[in-house]
Design a protein around this ligand. Structure first.
Ligand SMILES: *Cc1c(COP(=O)(O)O)cnc(C)c1O
Length: 439
């Protein structure tokens, strides 16, 4: 392993993104943080921005700050995220949370589809109204599926959820989706990069397929934005949602964003008629008049402290450039996979992430029957070993998130070496199998 560590350090010396690590608060330089796909690190600038927002904008300027700064924040930062995900600035707004945004957009599509449902009428054979399908896949983030189940409960038996099944538990074949799509497809909702396995869809091809079936697709970019290049406009994507606390480094539970393609904005109606969705909230008109643009998908006054915390992380990613970030990310995940094939496979680990670059996001998952206790040994070492923080996903996965903006090649090599040590020396056997709330 020593020569591998040397090689990894060489890669770090040549890394053009090396200096970005200094833009983040790194409290313990020995700690290896591989959970940026769950909660990204804190940019140093964020501390300053929040301090200023509190001390000056809130503390001194008080309500004057709404006009001086705060009213513009959701669209300004949304416009910056738009650049990261291949959209136009007037197509993205920072608002609510990912789950709520998915609810709003999915509901908007079902309401729009109400017309089509009436036109299609009943099934000619059974004379019963045939159900419309909402399509997703069985590797999707459960919250996304819960939101759809809730909508179906609300809209009634006209709809059912159809899930494309993964054959290998890692990826979803295009044919599996294709087989479900037909003229009764009301909506397709997919996560671009799968949270468990990092499987990545070909957004352009899938979107085209969905359009050919006459339907619309909502992409969840939570594990994609800031991790892989996303080209919403180039893919002709209809709608998207995503969170800002993973690779965008916006802070715990930070405000999310949504994208609606320009030409769809005035055709889709936000089901939550809050005042910030109104064309002119400060008219205080008693009748709702939806904003003609992306603002109609907001509901309330934005949580400014959370919103302002999103900007420094996005600025750093834009500055580094998604192409360079992607290149480094692939080299990191390639190195991790190569070392894991060589050193971890013989110890009972199995790769649960696609090997093909075009199908891989920026994390790597390994399965092992003792995954939970091994991940705990990484996080809480019983000896004086360094702390390594990946995360565990039931029942048997350890996810290693590689954030190219602050992780290093040395960290990749050290992690594999440490996992070997934990398994070789049966260090994990001292760990209790009882799991805490957040894994
Ligand atoms: C992290 C994540 C979310 C987060 O949802 P919140 O409502 O913001 O908590 C949603 N979808 C996916 C795919 C995620 O990975």
């Amino acid at each position: 392993m020593d020569s591998i560590l040397e090689q990894a350090r060489d890669l770090d010396r040549e890394d053009v993104l090396r200096d970005y690590q200094e833009a983040f608060v790194i409290d313990d330089p020995d700690l290896i943080y591989l959970d940026g796909n769950s909660l990204g690190r804190m940019p140093r600038k964020t501390v300053e921005v929040i301090r200023n927002t509190m001390a000056v904008e809130w503390g001194k300027r008080l309500i004057r700050s709404w006009n001086e700064e705060w009213m513009a924040v959701s669209e300004r930062i949304g416009g910056k995220i738009a650049k990261l995900i291949g959209a136009k600035p007037n197509e993205v707004v920072l608002t609510d949370t990912t789950s709520i945004n998915l609810y709003k957009l999915a509901c908007a599509v079902l309401n729009e589809k109400g017309e089509r449902r009436k036109a299609k009428g009943s099934d000619p054979v059974t004379h019963h109204p045939s159900p419309f399908t909402i399509i997703s896949d069985n590797l999707n983030f459960p919250s996304d599926l819960y939101i759809i189940q809730g909508l179906i409960d609300q809209f009634g038996s006209d709809y059912r959820l159809a899930l494309a099944e993964s054959r290998d538990g890692i990826s979803i074949a295009r044919e599996a989706l294709e087989g479900l799509l037909d003229s009764h497809t009301a909506l397709v909702t997919l996560t671009h990069v799968c949270f468990k396995t990092a499987f990545m869809y070909d957004m352009k091809r899938i979107t085209q397929m969905v359009h050919e079936a006459g339907s619309r697709v909502i992409w969840d970019l939570s594990h994609a934005a800031g991790a892989v290049p996303v080209d919403l406009n180039g893919s002709k994507a209809d709608m998207a949602v995503g969170c800002t606390y993973k690779y965008l480094n916006g802070g715990p539970g930070s405000i999310a964003y949504l994208y609606v393609r320009k030409d769809l904005q005035d055709r889709l109606l936000n089901p939550i008629w809050g005042w910030f969705a109104d064309a002119d909230p400060f008219q205080f008109d008693l009748a709702f008049n939806p904003s003609p643009d992306i603002r109609r998908f907001q509901a309330s006054s934005p949580p400014i402290l959370s919103a302002k915390a999103v900007e420094p992380g996005v600025d750093l990613l834009l500055d580094a450039g998604m192409d360079k970030l992607r290149e480094k990310s692939l080299r990191m995940t390639d190195l991790f996979i190569e070392l894991s094939d060589r050193y971890l496979d013989p110890l009972g680990f199995e790769l649960r992430t696609p090997r093909k670059h075009e199908e891989r996001g920026s994390h790597v998952s390994l399965s092992h029957p003792e995954a939970y206790r091994i991940s705990q040994s990484l996080i809480h070492p019983s000896r004086s070993a360094r702390v390594i923080i990946p995360d565990f996903r039931a029942p048997d996965l350890i996810r290693f998130g590689f954030a190219p903006i602050y992780n290093t090649f040395e960290e990749v090599a050290l992690t594999v070496s440490r996992i070997r040590e934990i398994v070789d020396q049966k260090e994990f056997e001292g760990v209790s199998p009882v799991k805490p709330k957040v894994t």
